[in-house]
Ligand binder design. Structure first.
Ligand SMILES: Nc1ncnc2c1ncn2[C@@H]1O[C@H](COP(=O)(O)OP(=O)(O)OP(=O)(O)O)[C@@H](O)[C@H]1O
Ligand SMILES: [Mg+2]
Length: 314
């Protein structure tokens, strides 16, 4: 179907939503419009305000100002309607440790008012999808952290919510489980509106339709991964591997180019316009042997650095 044929409905809309804790503006006037079926990722360092945003959208925390709608329902005026169409897998998983996986799923499903048989059917599908069937009759307190996280996501899916919030779904998972979780999320993609928070750049890069980078309570930039990278591509990065580079030469380069970083085996030069030949002509007469040069595409790391002046993982 072409875009013109699809009537895009808005799933989540926030207008100036903010939350203040004493003097701290944890979320500072955030405006977001998320389409139905979109997988939207909120990316940002610890304390950026991701969880606080999600808690407000799930009616678990009151905004200090501003508001939001979920599928047209106002989170403050109509929280009951909102709660019926959403579900959340929280950052701190809330499982009943003394119950097994089936019982946890049943409890959640029943609390959403679903028929027992429906809950059973969905639980079976979800336990299989999350690879938990083998251990489904064991008490959850014996589960590993990764298994608990997978069960938490199954629980968020049992009510078949229209809008799903996944707060750090891959937190504490080993690389293999993380890849498996990405596959699960990919399976859900398109059929539900998903807001996912993460501080893994590659996760947002590979899964999300659009990404918002959040920092100190604000959305600093928003777009598709490609748009974010293109947005800073007036800055090129050239990696030069060379022998014989001295501190003196690096200092000279810094007089010419705004950003020169010493890396293993050479330097990286970042500037608005880079002329490779100009750089080679500068290095050669100084006795420096250039082994290789490589123009690097901007990464999400670069995007984050560009907009916040900091590395994402500090
Ligand atoms: N209940 C609370 N009382 C006081 N301060 C809070 C409360 N909840 C969150 N904060 C503060 O609000 C800020 C944003 O926290 P939040 O949990 O939203 O960040 P986050 O982006 O989810 O971070 P992380 O990546 O660590 O999960 C932090 O400085 C945090 O300490
Ligand atoms: Mg958080």
């Amino acid at each position: 179907m072409s875009d013109t044929m699809v009537e895009h409905a808005i799933a989540i809309q926030t207008s100036g939503i903010s939350r203040v804790f004493k003097k701290l503006r944890a979320v500072n006037s955030v405006n977001l419009t998320i389409q139905q079926g979109e997988l939207f990722s909120l990316l940002g360092p610890n304390g950026a305000g991701k969880t606080t945003t999600i808690k407000m959208l799930c009616c678990l925390l009151k905004p200090s100002s501003g508001t939001a709608t979920i599928m047209g329902h106002d989170i403050q005026k109509d929280p009951l309607a909102v709660k019926q169409i959403i579900d959340v897998s929280p950052q701190e998983t809330a499982l009943s440790e003394n119950l097994n996986a089936w019982e946890n799923l049943n409890l959640t499903g029943r609390s959403h008012g679903l028929e027992k048989s429906v809950v059973r059917q969905r639980s079976q599908e979800l336990l299989e999808m999350m690879g938990l069937m083998d251990r489904s009759k064991e008490r959850v307190k014996r589960f590993s952290g990764g298994m608990k996280r997978r069960l938490s996501i199954a629980m968020a899916l049992v009510s078949d919510p229209q809008v799903l919030f996944l707060d750090e779904p891959t937190l504490g998972l080993d690389p293999q489980s993380r890849a498996a979780m990405w596959e699960h999320i990919n399976q859900i993609k398109g059929s539900k509106t998903v807001m996912l928070t993460t501080h893994y750049l590659e996760e947002a890069d590979s899964l999300a339709d659009r990404i918002a980078i959040m920092d100190e309570g604000r959305i600093v930039v928003l777009g598709t991964s490609q748009e974010l990278k293109d947005g800073i591509s007036e800055q090129s990065v050239l990696r030069v591997e060379a022998e014989g580079l001295t501190n003196d030469v690096v200092e000279r380069l810094r007089e010419i180019y705004p950003e020169v970083t010493v890396v293993d085996g050479g330097v990286e030069i970042r500037a608005e316009k880079l002329d490779l030949y100009e750089i080679l002509d500068f290095l050669r007469p100084r006795g420096i042997v250039v082994r290789s040069t490589q123009l690097k595409q901007a990464s999400l790391d670069d995007v984050f650095l560009h907009h916040t002046g900091r590395e994402l993982r500090e």
